[in-house]
Structures are given as C-alpha cells and as structure tokens.
Design a protein around this ligand. Structure first.
Ligand code: ZN
Length: 437
C-alpha cells in the first residue's frame, strides 16, 4: 500500500531542519518512502490532499500514567494529592479492567491530539500494554516499582518480578516497548533503584522514574545523604543514557552537569508542575548544557490533558519568564522537543521523531482551515502557539491511518467512555471517602 500526502507544509524535524513549504510525503507499508517539495509520485494507491495543512512527525509524550483517567478532576487543589488521595485510592480501587479501559480511553485522547508515542508508568501495566496494542498507538510501558503495598504488588520485589514478566512478554513487539519504572527517588531506597537498573541493563530497555519533583524530597535527601536526589542517583550508578527522569523541577548547576555527563534524559512536564505549584524545571539551562529534554504531560489527573500541543504552548513562556528574556526558547526548538528530542529521550531516534525516508510512518496532520490558524508566517509558531488538539485532522502510526477528519477510524471515544463509565461505580464510591482529604 502506497499513500501520498500532497499539499502540505512538511516540518521534517530532520538534522538539516528541512521544511517543505508546499511539500509531499510518501508512505509505503509502515515506513516513510519519500519526502520533498512539490507534488509526490503519481503511482500511489491512495492520494491525500492535505489542504495546505502542516504535516509533522507524530508527537511523543515522554511521561504519563494514562490509565489515571478516572482520577481526572478529582481532589483538585488539595494539599499533597499524591500521598493523601492517589496512593490510597489507587491501592483500594484499581483493577486490571479499570486500568485497561482507562488506557483505551486515554489513547483516544492521545491520538486525536496528534500524539503517536507515549511513555507510561503504572500498575497492572500489562493491561496498559494490551490496550495500547489494541488501539494501534506506539507505547513504552513500565510497571511501577515502589516500596509499599499497592493494588498489584505486596512490595518492590513483587513489582520487580511483574516488570520482568512485562519485559519478557512484550520485548520485540513492533509498537509496544517495555521499560523499567521504579516510581521515584523518594519512594524507593538505593537497593530497589539499583535492582531496577540491573533489570533495565539485563534487557537493554529504558529506565524511568520521577526525580526531584517534591519539596519534601529535596529536604529528605539533604538531611539523609547531604546530597541532591540527582547526586544520589549518580552516586548509586543509576544515572545513564537509558535513564529518563521525569519532572526534575529542582535542579542545581551540578545536577545539570551530572545529566550532561551521564547522558541521562529529562521528561519535562510543565503544566503538571506549574499547576501543582511545585516550580518550573530549568529546561533551558539543561538544554544549553547539552541535556536531551523531551515533553511529558504526567497523568491526566495532574495536568488534566495528555495531548502535547497544550503543553508546547506553555513551555517557552515559562522559560522566557524564568529568564526575563523573550529571545530564548524558540517555537522551533519547542516543536523539536515534542518530536525528535522526545524520540531521543526514548532511545528511538533512529525509528521515529522526524520525517525521513526509512523511518516509521508516524505522522500528524494539523489543519489550517480553522479560525485560529490564520495567518501563518512561521509554521513552527503556528504549531506551538496557535494549534490546539482540535486542529489535528489526521494521524498515522506505522503507516496506518488511525485518525481522519478529526475522528478515530478504529474506535469511538464515546463507546470507550461508556465502557469505562460502566467500570467506575465502585471507584466513584471509594473516591467519596477521600472527599475531604
Ligand atoms: Zn508522573
């Protein structure tokens, strides 16, 4: 099957930063078979008229807990939501069915928002992997390893076993990529963090955790180890090229040096961090130091949306405000963060993240007919500052079109919602116990 998409502005995000103002892209099977200026070859099985839209690589969400859809808008503005609401409610109310259906619903939102790849960490993660496989999205999935009893594990050792089973089951799948996911620096001791790292090394998969997100985490590490959490991770040997650290709100200059030296990556979750009043990650400083920084949303309960366009819009303003300098952090580099830099965070830059011949055909077409998309002098700025998820017209993953005309082709989000709602009465009843947490 050969498809040609014509009449589009192509933002390739390739190394030469090529932009084709009136361009085309050819898809053959699961791969990109050509890209350039003008009209594509005439011998295609299918020709798509992009109507002057912007065609870009599918966006990459480098940190989420997509199955937390049932928690969205619950306990907003409450103090210490994680420990007082989410942890106990997750332990009490989660089932594999709820996690799986929550993930299916979340993937509807990801795809409709132009996101083609997501890195996820949660409980019953095999159910998340199944849901992502069924829905056709590209997913990096890791079982939460945490030193406490949870809905699916008595302790961290049990969770490590579950994570290893997940890896054995999914390693080698084309779209589902298992990862190792120790929850955070402050919820696991050094032995668990190291055991998880050994597991990631054994199977050569990414290693992801939350890092320097909490004020109390910073105090705890200073008091207990006289180190920052990043210095601590470096010291126990788990900061390396396969490490994806989410949040990194509180980074010292030395921490940034350690990231650059070790090759560890950052998943920047701007909205979740700002909304919870925790602070703004020094993404600009880290990037200047040579650290790879991608974009994450965190769970749908933290930032409330899991698409990337909503995130991209706020990232430069926060960095410009931090430095009182509007000339830094361009729309262009922000768009790169949402695509090829995200691919580098996942270690998948040779497969996805840019529009180049031979790469997997993960593509997002943003239409420019809507009222908010005119005029466009600078397509990167249009993507970052003007577009919203409702402008996403079409999405392809592995060459298969999953969204067309703003609609999912192989699922119906209202049907998925009805199925999720049918599983939620018990969750709703239990959540009422935490109304005044
Ligand atoms: Zn998170």
């Amino acid at each position: 099957m050969k498809t040609v998409i014509n009449n589009v502005t192509v933002l390739t995000m390739d190394k030469a930063e090529n932009v084709y103002k009136n361009g085309y892209v050819v898809i053959e099977g699961t791969k990109i078979a050509g890209v350039g200026e003008g009209t594509g070859p005439q011998d295609a099985d299918q020709t798509v008229d992009g109507q002057g839209g912007i065609l870009m690589p599918g966006m990459i969400n480098t940190h989420s807990h997509i199955s937390m859809i049932p928690f969205r808008s619950l306990g907003e503005d409450g103090k210490d939501r994680l420990r007082k609401l989410f942890f106990p409610l997750e332990r009490e109310a989660l089932t594999p069915e709820l996690v799986r259906q929550g993930a299916r619903y979340a993937v509807c939102e990801l795809l409709l928002g132009g996101v083609t790849s997501v890195m996820d960490m949660y409980y019953f993660e095999d159910a998340v992997a199944q849901a992502c496989d069924e829905m056709g999205i590209d997913a990096w999935t890791g079982q939460t390893i945490i030193e406490m009893e949870t809905c699916d594990s008595r302790n961290a050792a049990d969770a490590l076993k579950l994570n290893e089973e997940l890896i054995k089951k999914w390693k080698g799948h084309g779209r589902i990529h298992p990862v190792v996911a120790p929850h955070a620096t402050n919820t696991n001791g050094p032995e668990t963090l190291q055991a998880a790292y050994e597991l990631a090394q054994k199977y050569d998969v990414p290693y992801t955790l939350h890092v320097c997100e909490m004020d109390y985490e910073m105090t705890m590490f200073r008091e207990k180890y006289d180190k920052t959490p990043v210095e601590f991770l470096y010291g126990i040997g788990v900061l390396g090229p396969r490490t994806v650290a989410a949040h990194c709100i509180h980074l010292s200059d030395h921490d940034i040096e350690l990231f650059a030296e070790s090759g560890a990556k950052i998943a920047h979750c701007a909205i979740a961090n700002a909304k919870s009043g925790k602070g703004v990650c020094r993404a600009y400083d880290a990037k200047q130091a040579g650290v790879t920084v991608g974009v994450g949303t965190d769970g749908p309960s933290s930032g409330n949306t899991i698409d990337l366009l909503t995130q991209l819009r706020i990232i430069p303003p926060l960095q410009k405000t931090r430095r009182h300098d509007n000339t830094i952090f361009s729309a262009k580099e922000t768009a790169f963060m949402g695509t090829i830099e995200g691919a580098k965070v996942l270690g998948a830059q040779n497969e996805i993240g840019s529009i180049e011949t031979g790469k997997r055909a993960n593509l997002t077409l943003i239409e420019t007919q809507s009222v908010n998309m005119f005029p466009i002098y600078e397509p990167y700025a249009a993507v970052v500052y003007m577009a919203n998820p409702s402008n996403v017209d079409s999405v392809w993953v592995d060459g298969k079109q999953l969204v067309k005309g703003h609609k999912l082709l192989f699922a119906d989000h209202l049907e998925e919602r009805a199925k999720l709602e049918a599983l939620m009465p018990e969750f709703r009843r239990m959540s009422a116990n935490y109304r005044d947490f």
